[in-house]
Write a protein that binds this ligand. Structure first.
Ligand code: CA
Ligand code: CA
Length: 223
């Protein structure tokens, strides 16, 4: 899964479009979210300090990339070309003393400051991770009710909102029954902001839909 990193210039127009759409949707609702003045800054300016870490889209993307258990030491080292000592320490930090993901001692990256404090993680590492977060689709393009969506998550959740059965929403996604009914009664949705505006649809519902959407798509694709 070695990513080829296409030239920044070739990718930029698409990224800017995504960002512009995402931020317009966000600010139209007045949701708390990130609102960089110049979307291009999001890609290039990675000034990692504690204050910015939680609302800078590239930073959120880097944290999502590193907290994803699919991101291995080998991938960071050989796929992304990080310093191998940094790659090793990053994964060791995430997995905790037992060296395994998904157990009680895991220490997920909550801020970029936490990442920056890992040994051998410096500016070059942060830049490479920022690039990779964009290339691999980890950077959120939209925040609704405080829930961050990457481009793929946004599309998957919208598909779920528009097409899933009541049973899938109620039992599969484990939504409140009233939320599931409200979602069905509000169709169709052109964007997630419309979904977030439905009665009974708040952050908890959006989070559950986000988590369930990929699984649901895999299931209907397998049928
Ligand atoms: Ca662990
Ligand atoms: Ca942590």
């Amino acid at each position: 899964m070695t990513p080829t990193l296409p030239s920044t210039l070739r990718q930029l127009p698409a990224l800017l479009l995504v960002l512009t759409v995402g931020f317009t949707e966000t600010s139209a609702l007045g949701c708390a979210g990130f609102e960089p003045n110049d979307p291009a800054d999001s890609r290039y300016v990675l000034t990692f300090d504690a204050d910015q870490a939680l609302d800078h889209p590239t930073a959120l993307g880097v944290l999502a990339l590193l907290n994803d258990v699919a991101t291995t030491e080998v991938f960071l080292d050989e796929g992304l070309g990080l310093d191998s000592r940094a790659a090793s320490r990053i994964i060791a930090h995430r997995q905790g003393p037992d060296g395994v993901d998904g157990s009680a001692d895991d220490d997920r990256f909550d801020t970029v400051t936490e990442l920056d404090e890992v040994g051998y993680v410096g500016e070059a590492t942060l830049q490479a991770l920022g690039e990779a977060a964009w290339e691999l689709g980890y950077v959120p393009v939209l925040v609704i009710e405080g829930v961050s969506f990457s481009e793929g998550e946004r599309d998957a959740t919208l598909l779920l909102a528009n097409s899933a059965s009541l049973e899938d929403l109620d039992e599969g996604a484990d939504l409140d029954r009233r939320a599931a009914e409200s979602i069905i009664n509000g169709r169709p949705y052109a964007g997630l902001q419309e979904l977030g505006a439905r009665p009974y649809v708040g952050p908890a519902t959006l989070e559950r839909m986000l988590r369930y959407a990929d699984h649901w798509i895999d299931e209907i694709a397998a049928d």
